[in-house]
Design a protein around this ligand. Structure first.
Ligand code: GTP
Length: 367
């Protein structure tokens, strides 16, 4: 089967992380997010991949090329303006003549695609939607199904009295190609609001594939951090992630120099050529990108620091993100004595004065 991955969105909820890095390329354990999705598809034998792009396509194309390095074949389609999830798949119509996968490009999951295909083939509906449970369904669109798992109704943000299910659309579909004839050309169209509800209105069958496998979308800084913590702590594990970095341990890549009087507490991933000075502490779950420096007495705890960033003396970075630009070599500089707290994102170009304290409330007020 082929797969269309939707990677054209602007990822505004992740700003400033996604100001010049597409969401598909944000690093997860120092590798682009999309690499995990491609390996996930490949694991299920999906090797023909179409990337539906719009916002910042070049970094994606430059990294993945024709896909051969990853054992897949990649075709790129670039939209001149956002076409929405369904409009983007419509663009690939001439390449799709059999049932295919369509995936949101910001979802990381262990959902069993083989089981999903089996269900789709048994029922042969117009579409099969993977479903995942959430704790609080009132902030999502939920999907109600009947006793046979066929979709009955989509309910956007149900009130607590209306809630009948906690299953939401997991952003992974198997679609019959005929569905594409319902999508007008060159028009912004969404599966979630335009196509799926109209199928139900016309009594066209939509099947579901509920799964309680690990699932997360990296739509917000909080979830971006949570995914790192989950992988480092071994919670979001499936065989997909068990390539070394996913287990509870300390991994220090080549060329990195750790002072004997520095403290490293697992689980931690330290990229190539980093320098951790005397008395500095990196406390997991935490990640340092390549060529980062942590100066004397500084503490990095629960944080994700992108490449080439420098943390000054006695600074404290706790559960935050320091996101260097992917376009330039220089990373961020956090001057000495700064304190950066939970879920704060320091983007490239931020200029902090020494001793600056940024806790979440300050950050959100400033934004
Ligand atoms: P926000 O701006 O933070 O809402 O993020 P987003 O733009 O990524 O939107 P959203 O999270 O709703 O998108 C879900 C998935 O669909 C992501 O993988 C997006 O890249 C993708 N997507 C959304 N809109 C488009 C589009 O117009 N074209 C394409 N090709 N992909 C899209």
């Amino acid at each position: 089967m082929k797969a269309v991955i939707l990677v054209g969105g602007k990822g505004t909820r992740l700003y400033p992380i996604t100001c010049d890095t597409p969401k598909a390329m944000v690093p997860i354990l120092n590798k682009p997010f999309l690499e995990y999705q491609i390996r996930y598809l490949k694991k299920y034998g999906v090797e023909d991949i179409i990337l539906a792009m719009g916002y910042l396509p070049e970094p994606i194309q430059n990294y993945f090329g024709d896909g051969s390095e990853f054992g897949v074949h990649i075709v790129y389609l670039v939209e001149e303006r956002p076409m929405g999830t369904a409009g983007a798949v419509k663009n690939a119509e001439t390449l799709l003549d059999e049932p295919f996968f369509a995936l949101n490009g910001d979802v990381l999951t262990g959902i069993d695609l083989a089981g999903m295909v089996k269900r789709h083939r048994e029922i042969r509906p117009r579409a099969t939607i993977a479903l995942t449970p959430v704790e609080d369904p009132t902030i999502y669109g939920v999907v109600e199904t009947d006793a046979n798992g066929m979709v009955k109704r989509f309910v956007e943000k149900p009130s607590s009295q209306e809630v009948t299910t906690n299953m939401i659309n997991a952003g992974i579909y198997i679609l019959e190609p005929e569905i594409l004839t319902r999508i007008p050309k060159s028009t912004f169209f969404m599966f979630e609001h335009d196509i799926f509800p109209s199928l139900l209105e016309e009594d066209e069958p939509i099947s579901s594939y509920p799964s309680d496998a690990y699932w997360i979308d990296i739509g917000t800084p909080e979830k971006y951090l949570r995914l790192h913590h989950d992988l480092l702590l071994g919670e979001g594990q499936s065989s997909l992630y068990s390539q070394g970095e996913g287990s509870r341990h300390i991994r220090i890549e080549s060329g990195s120099k750790i002072h004997p009087e520095a403290r490293i507490e697992e689980p931690v991933l330290i990229g190539r050529d980093c320098i951790i000075a005397k008395g500095a502490c990196v406390k997991g779950p935490a990640v340092l990108g390549v060529r980062c420096e942590v100066a004397e007495g500084a503490v990095v705890e629960g944080a994700v620091i992108w490449h080439d960033s420098k943390v000054g003396k006695a600074a404290l970075l706790k559960n935050c993100i320091v996101a260097s630009s992917s376009c330039i070599e220089d990373g961020c500089y956090i001057p000495s004595g700064c304190v950066v707290g939970d879920n704060v994102v320091i983007g490239e170009g931020s200029r902090l004065a020494p001793q600056t304290r940024i806790w979440p409330d300050n950050y959100f007020k400033a934004a």
